[in-house]
Design a protein around this ligand. Structure first.
Ligand code: C2G
Length: 429
């Protein structure tokens, strides 16, 4: 007897799940399915799972292809399952290509092509799955698609680019079935528009957002792409009157660790605040910080949250390699250094009267920080695990809001975006 095994979360059971179980069964005589436990999904950073383990298991059984269901509870369980159940073939979808080759030592490993456009199925009609469309200008390696796959209930449906060929390349590389150069058509097939911040012109961004909102689509966008405070105000107003969300794509704004860190500072952990020193490198191949404007937006987001942005004066100095800014605010002084042509020692330091807080390296992910108390020389260390590059948390919160049916409850709302854009423009003048 040929035994086959496959695994998955099988949340919001849909056609893609059905197909893979059917095809897995066809590869043998006996199919074992490992359904992930809630804890395992949390550990592997999969968010927003909506069905309980019991529901997900019974949906798998109800497909009619399954002979035995087990629970996948920990990393590394697959090897022992294969041995214990004397499995001949391990099957998983093509989104995992290469990831399970290590099992070839124990059994045959088969990657089956994923079912594209699952959102056109029943689940979608019940309004449980949100379809997102990406506006791009070229294909750039990024984590975006991987991150969206880790948010249950979200699917990337289609790609739009002014340049159809660019959209086609993107769609092919990321295994997305449809693409278009027709923005109207694109808007008709999605619920959420994501504007990937590549080289898209500010004027175009404004139009894309405006059109999407008028068509009652939610928009996720790197707000640094917007140029003027008045424009931000108008777009938020428009979103409000069309009952959709205009959601900032900045992951730092959605991390629990960053909220906690800010809360510590507000709770007087450093005494009276005096100043901040921020350095950040902007590199083309680091999609999180690939333009000086984005680096500044990120730095200013933290200044806003920690200090406020009541700016009294700004001085700046630019060379080929660096941009440096010195901001005097009502709350204290802020020194920002952006590495444009060279790599800086990225860090942020928040200085208070009784202590200081320091974060290093990719500090915007708030993985690790320490608070030093001057008098006692005591050092408090905080760390948190961040899965992926943080983008999944942007979508997780958005989906939570959409499912709750609310169009407010912004993490980064109109007033915040306006303050940052205003400060950004002052820095650039
Ligand atoms: N799948 C598919 N087509 C889709 C969606 C999912 O073929 N449109 C496949 C996946 O590739 C996977 C299975 O259905 O093989 C279950 O998908 P998920 O529930 O998303 O589970 P996943 O996170 O892929 O976990 O240890 C767990 C496994 O690694 C798979």
């Amino acid at each position: 007897m040929k035994k086959v095994i496959t695994y998955g979360t099988f949340d919001l059971f849909h056609q893609g799940h059905y197909n893979i179980l059917k095809r897995a069964k066809e590869l043998g005589d006996y199919l074992v399915v490992g359904v992930t436990s809630e804890k395992f999904d949390v550990d592997r950073g999969k968010l927003n799972i909506r069905d309980s383990l019991a529901t997900r298991m019974s949906n798998v059984i109800n497909s009619g292809f399954v002979d035995e269901v087990i629970v996948e509870e920990y990393q590394g369980q697959k090897v022992s399952d294969v041995q214990k159940h004397q499995i001949d073939v391990f099957v998983v979808g093509s989104d995992w290509i290469g990831k399970f080759d290590y099992l070839k030592e124990y059994c045959e490993v088969v990657y089956l092509e994923r079912t594209k456009n699952i959102s056109s199925t029943k689940v979608r009609n019940e309004g449980k799955i949100f379809r997102m469309g990406l506006v791009v200008d070229s294909f750039v390696e990024s984590q975006l698609i991987v991150e969206t796959k880790l948010v249950s209930g979200l699917t990337v449906e289609t790609i739009y680019s002014q340049n159809e060929q660019a959209a086609e390349i993107y769609a092919n590389k990321e295994e997305i079935e449809t693409y278009t150069a027709d923005y109207e058509e694109f808007l008709q097939s999605v619920d959420i528009v994501y504007i990937a911040d590549m080289k898209i012109e500010a004027e175009c961004v404004k139009t894309y957002i405006e059109e999407a909102i008028k068509n009652k689509k939610h928009v996720v966008c790197g707000m640094q792409l917007l140029r003027k405070e008045a424009e931000v105000e108008r777009l938020f107003e428009l979103a409000k009157s069309n009952e959709v969300l205009l959601w900032d794509a900045l992951p730092s704004g959605y991390l629990r660790a960053s909220e906690q860190m800010i809360w510590f500072i507000k709770g007087n952990a450093l005494g009276k605040l005096r100043g901040m020193n921020i350095s950040i490198t902007c590199e083309m191949d680091n999609l999180m910080i690939n333009t000086p404007r984005k680096a500044k937006y990120l730095a200013l987001y933290f200044v806003l949250k920690i200090f406020g942005l009541n700016i009294k004066s700004i001085s700046s100095h630019k060379t080929k390699d660096y941009e440096t800014y010195y901001l005097i605010t009502n709350e204290g002084s802020v020194y920002i250094q952006i590495g444009v042509g060279c790599k800086l020692d990225d860090r942020i330091e928040v200085v208070g009267s009784t202590g200081k807080l320091v974060m290093k390296e990719d500090w915007w992910n708030v993985r690790y920080y320490k608070i030093e108390e001057y008098a006692s020389k005591r050092i408090e260390r905080h760390s948190s695990s961040l899965d992926g590059n943080g983008e999944r948390y942007v979508f997780q919160l958005l989906l939570q809001r959409l499912l709750a049916g609310t169009i407010d409850g912004y993490r980064i709302g109109e007033e915040e975006v306006k303050s940052i854009i205003n400060a950004l423009n002052l820095m650039d003048n």
